[in-house]
Write a protein that binds this ligand. Structure first.
Ligand code: CUA
Length: 351
């Protein structure tokens, strides 16, 4: 079929196909994003990048041979005046060849992958350990040597081997800082380990790489790789910040900030708004309405002054099977007090 002008459809399709293949291969390099993992080599990732390129080029050669063969056969042996298209069945030599060669390639790549995998999981000789906990939908980081707990954003020193001990409290998440490490699943009841060794001070972005519920896309993280001195300063100032006790009149405001970091991934706090998680009640008037479920009502009616503190710290201990996780050890005492103070103001007229 001819188009008006010079081009015919076949040539157009061929050109578009070629351009798209070239773009697919080139674009990651001409427009690297902050999470492009192929360009930064670190001791922890270099093996994986090598493995990627070996697989890529083997795949590219196979693609050329197979697609080239198909195109050549279609063109050379097509039915046309003076040539009859024919069908062939069975060729022992060919069938052996195209079974044995892929088998050798797959076995070779498996062996190579195992080698890269063992490099990724070589967590011996860590300079620093960070405990990572995935929960719907935030990453938490605990620095045992420093006794520091933070969420979503943290620092590590440059040029150190940092081992992440990864677990989850609810569903399976996947921990991934593309420019620093491979992916590793965060599995409830298990600790998986992965290491990083950043060579350049920079901000590295990461994310949960496994669909883990409605707000999966918000489960982001940010790592600032800094000098050791800056890291130590950050630890000190963050701990000072966390230890600050707000004056009693500021407690609800302080608690509100905590809920905005944590509770809003499940609960709504405004009237006529739907909670992100269907089972999580809207809390807009909790201060007036009080406990919503029977076990908590009973606890309050029993006269326990700290019923709401106990609930925030360990809801599953009061109502087994509830979706809400334990926050004991996740929130500091003062954060729990703040959240409770804030919850008790909800729905009441401002003083
Ligand atoms: Cu956590 Cu997706």
């Amino acid at each position: 079929m001819r188009l008006p002008g010079l081009l015919n459809v076949r040539a157009l399709v061929l050109v578009l196909l070629t351009v798209s293949v070239v773009l697919v291969i080139l674009l990651p390099f001409v427009t690297p994003t902050s999470q492009s993992w192929l360009l930064d080599r670190t001791p922890a990732t270099t093996d994986v990048i090598d493995l990627y390129w070996v697989m890529f080029w083997i795949g590219a050669v196979i693609l050329l041979i197979v697609e080239g063969g198909i195109i050549a056969a279609a063109v050379l042996f097509r039915q046309r005046p003076g040539h009859r298209a024919q069908q062939y069945h069975g060729n022992v030599f060919l069938e052996f060849t195209w079974t044995i060669i892929p088998a050798i390639i797959v076995l070779g790549l498996s062996a190579y992958s195992f080698r890269s995998l063992s490099a990724l999981s070589d967590v011996e000789g860590a300079d620093m350990v960070v405990e990572v906990t995935g929960r719907q939908w935030v990453w938490e980081f605990y620095f045992p040597q420093e006794d520091l707990r933070v969420r979503s954003e943290f620092r590590i020193p440059v040029n150190k081997k940092v081992v992440f001990e990864i677990t989850s409290v609810d569903v399976i998440h996947s921990f991934w800082i593309p420019r620093l490490s491979g992916k590793l699943d965060a599995v409830p009841g298990r600790v998986n380990r992965i290491w990083v060794h950043a060579l350049e001070p920079d901000v590295y972005l990461g994310q949960c790489a496994e669909f883990c519920g409605l707000n999966h896309a918000d489960m982001l993280l940010k790592v600032h790789v800094t000098s050791e001195v800056e890291f130590a300063t950050w630890v000190r100032t963050t701990k000072e910040e966390q230890a600050k006790r707000p004056p009693p009149e500021k407690l609800p405001e302080f608690g509100k900030q905590v809920t905005e970091q944590l509770c809003i991934s499940c609960h709504a706090f405004e009237q006529n708004r739907r909670s992100p998680v269907a089972q999580a009640p809207n809390l807009w008037n909790y201060g007036v309405r009080g406990p919503i479920n029977a076990p908590l009502k009973r606890l309050k009616d029993s006269g326990a002054q700290d019923w709401l503190e106990r609930w925030v710290k360990n809801a599953p201990g009061i109502k087994p099977g509830i979706v809400m996780p334990r926050f004991e050890g996740i929130l500091t005492e003062i954060q729990v007090e703040g959240v409770v103070a804030y919850l008790k103001t909800l729905g009441k007229p401002a003083p």
